[in-house]
Design a protein around this ligand. Structure first.
Ligand SMILES: CC(C)(COP(=O)(O)OP(=O)(O)OC[C@H]1O[C@@H](n2cnc3c(N)ncnc32)[C@H](O)[C@@H]1OP(=O)(O)O)[C@@H](O)C(=O)NCCC(=O)NCCS
Length: 160
């Protein structure tokens, strides 16, 4: 195995790699859109944490979902399995939508993330009927990145 000369290199490398987490069928085999809550197995909560960390890193937002100390029962993370990369007995998770029911205005999708390799294929738009059906009236919550604003407008257009 190669060794990094700079002692900080491994840490920095781990912060620049963008992953699709691996969800074995033994943990969740049937849900088209698996939900992660504070009652989910820790391995599923770690998947949500990893995707949220990638979202925070890219957007410089500080959502900070933590697997070990998951937020209260008002947060659900909907996982978005890849439709592009298929493997046996498991799924790769290409994105996630964090939904909070803690707002007086109604449910809000506070973070929305798709792995760069899977962007532009309408993954969120495929998941959105399920999300809107589960949380009627759900809205994307800002602040918005350029891509997030485009997605918000696209979803609003779909709704009308
Ligand atoms: C926002 C994000 C989830 C969109 O994912 P995606 O898979 O590319 O979304 P879709 O393929 O469903 O595209 C939705 C619409 O947004 C547009 N869009 C996507 N990325 C865009 C960008 N960088 N600039 C402008 N428009 C963009 C698409 O053209 C599409 O509109 P169309 O169907 O009319 O062509 C993804 O870019 C992402 O994870 N970005 C990093 C995190 C982030 O910014 N989240 C939003 C925070 S508010």
């Amino acid at each position: 195995m190669s060794r990094y000369l700079d002692p900080d290199a491994r840490f920095l490398m781990s912060r620049t790699v963008v992953r699709m987490p691996y969800l074995p069928d033994s943990l969740n085999s049937r849900d088209p859109w698996p939900h992660v809550t504070n009652r989910s197995p820790i391995r599923m909560r770690r998947i949500a944490e990893q995707l949220c960390a990638q979202f925070d890193r890219e957007t410089d937002m500080q959502v900070g979902y933590r697997a070990a100390t998951p937020p209260g029962g008002h947060v659900t993370v909907v996982l978005l399995p890849s439709t592009w990369y298929l493997i046996g007995r498991a799924r790769l998770i290409a994105g996630a939508v964090g939904v909070s029911t803690n707002f007086t205005e109604g449910p809000g999708a506070t973070w929305v993330y798709v792995h760069p390799n899977e962007r532009g294929r309408g993954l969120i738009q495929q998941a959105w009927p399920h999300i809107a059906g589960t949380w009627p009236g759900v809205q994307l919550v800002g602040p918005f990145t350029k891509a997030g604003a485009a997605l918000r407008d696209r979803l609003a257009g779909n709704a009308s």
